[in-house]
Each structure stands twice: as C-alpha cells, then as structure tokens.
Design a protein around this ligand. Sequence first.
Ligand code: FE2
Length: 363
Amino acid sequence: MTKSLPIKGTDYVEFYVGNAKQAAHFYQSAFGFQPVAYAGLETGLKDRTSYVLRQDKITFVLTAALTPDSPVAEHHRMHGDGVKVIALWVEDARKSYEETVSKGARSYMEPYTISDEHGEVVLSGIYTYGETVHIFVERENYNGPFLPGFVEWNPEYRPEDTGLLYVDHIVGNVGWGEMDQVAEFYRTIMGFDQLISFDDKDISTEYTALKSKVMANDNMRIKFPINEPAKGLKRSQIEEFLDFYIGPGPQHVAMATNDIIATIKQQRERGVDFLYVPESYYDTVFDRVGKIEEDLDILKKLKILIDRDEDGYLLQLFTKPVQDRPTFFFEIIQRNGARSFGKGNFKALFESIEHEQSLRGTL
Ligand code: FE2
C-alpha cells in the first residue's frame, strides 16, 4: 500500500458563481453561513471578487468574475455555477505538490508563499477530474481570517447558523468509463484507499444506473466518492450533470450535523429546497433500518432519509440543485455510527430525481 499524502482536512471549497455578492446572501440566509472575509477591487484584485463564509469547520469561498477576460468568467461561461477548488489543509504544501506532480499529477499552481500582517501561507495546486483542482494550503504560520490578500468582512446581517459542522464527503461525477482512472489517480498519486464500490446492480432504477467508488485518505477526513454513469433505459442524473456542467465536476458536498432534525427544520423554514421524497418511502423504511433514536413522525414530517449499515445508522437529505443548471447540490448528513453513504436510499432517491428530470424534460 502506498502511503497517503498527509492531509489534515478540507481547508475550503471554492465555488465559481455568476454573482458572488448575491450568492453570499443565499448562503447566509438559507444555510446560516457566517461572513468571514472578502477580496475584490478594494483589496487590489482586478478581475474577480470573493466572499468567504464559514460554519464551524466548513469554509466556502464564492468567487465571481469582474471582467469578461477573467479565467473565472471563462470557467463560468462553460460550467455555470459550481465547485472549482477543493482545497486540502496540509502540513507541507511544497512537498504535497512535489510528491503528487512527480507521480504524474497535472500542475495547476506551483508552490508560492503569500504573507500579510497575520503571517504567511504556502499554496500550491494540482488538477483532478475535469477542470476541478486541489489547492494545498499550509497555514501553520497564519492567524488571519482566511488567507493573505483577504480582509475581514463584517456586515451587520448575520442570520444564525443551522448546525452544520464539517464536510463529510465530496462526490465527483466523471464521464463514461472514467471512474477507474480517477480512482487510480487518488490511489497512486494521493495514496488514498478504496473504501467501497457500487456497480449498476446496486444502484439502479427502472431507468437509470451508476457506478461508484469511494476513495479516502488514511485518517478518513477526506472521502471522495467518484461516480460514472452506467447504461440505463433513459438518461441518468449523472449524464444530465455531465451534459449541463459540460464535463466532469463535483456533484455534491455533504455537510455533517449532530442534529439533523433541527438543521433541516431551520433550512426548510429559511427556503432551502430539498429533493422530494415520496410518501411511500416511509411505508417500508422503518422495517429496513430497525430501531433508531429519533422520533419517526418528525423524520417523516421533515422527509429525512434513513439508512443502516453494519456499524450503525445515518440520516440524510439532499437539496435540489442550488443554481440554475441541474448540476451541483448539497447533502445534509447525521451519522449515528454508520460509515457508509446511504446506499439503501439510492433507489428511492433516484426515483425522486427522475421525477424532477422528467419535469425538466431531461430524462
Ligand atoms: Fe453523499
């Protein structure tokens, strides 16, 4: 087994969006992210602006282009709103870069040091699937709000958080026949191990199917399920993603909570749109998962999904896509021992997604 690249956790996730200012308001109002930092014209940037928001250990950066020739504009024109950067918190950003590039990773950004009055940070970056990148962040000698170049963003408007704690996993959608190759990238270049794999016999409905491999680093703080479409009767949700994102990209970020009932209740009240769960889901689910601590009536009322594996159970729910294109969405997850990803819910979920695809005319 190759040794895993030392990674302490997810440092931040950066979205390229059409309008960062308005997106920031959505993440504050709907999900309860707190304002942290800002960069833009006032801080010397010419081609882009960024808002940084945080909820416990989850940090999001929302970036939009200010000029038509910005690389952000080009990316956005092609892919629409979506995740550009999955930044990884490392001890040594130079070594992370050298090790991965020497094993064949494509360079995105050579290591460099940036500093301000709060200290210094070393950054470097490599490409992963599609145009998505990993930026390695070494921030041991830094105590500013986010990164050098950003100033504190301190508006009065601060809706309460909704109990989100950390990034549980980030799923990537890749093209036909590309899953193995991307899993190999994480295995040989990043030293990750494969946790689980599913194939189309596990994950299929009457119409759509997918294959999935879950890659994780050694301390399990980084979990990346990689999906590819499989042949079904109609166009699968993975194909729909690939068609609208124009290629591979991050499909969803799963955010953990310790109290999914409170989190989902808050988020529903604040306008987060969750995937429709058919009433019939609750006809059989309690037989399938057995005894759980939560009040079943409340789970049913809030339409929270339940699954069990050999280690325990989990509660989860998925939002609808959070931008105009039917691409990226979020998952909210509470783990009560379970270490898997909700395989038992896939079928119910896909039927729900297919229902929405048929409304969009993309099934
Ligand atoms: Fe997930």
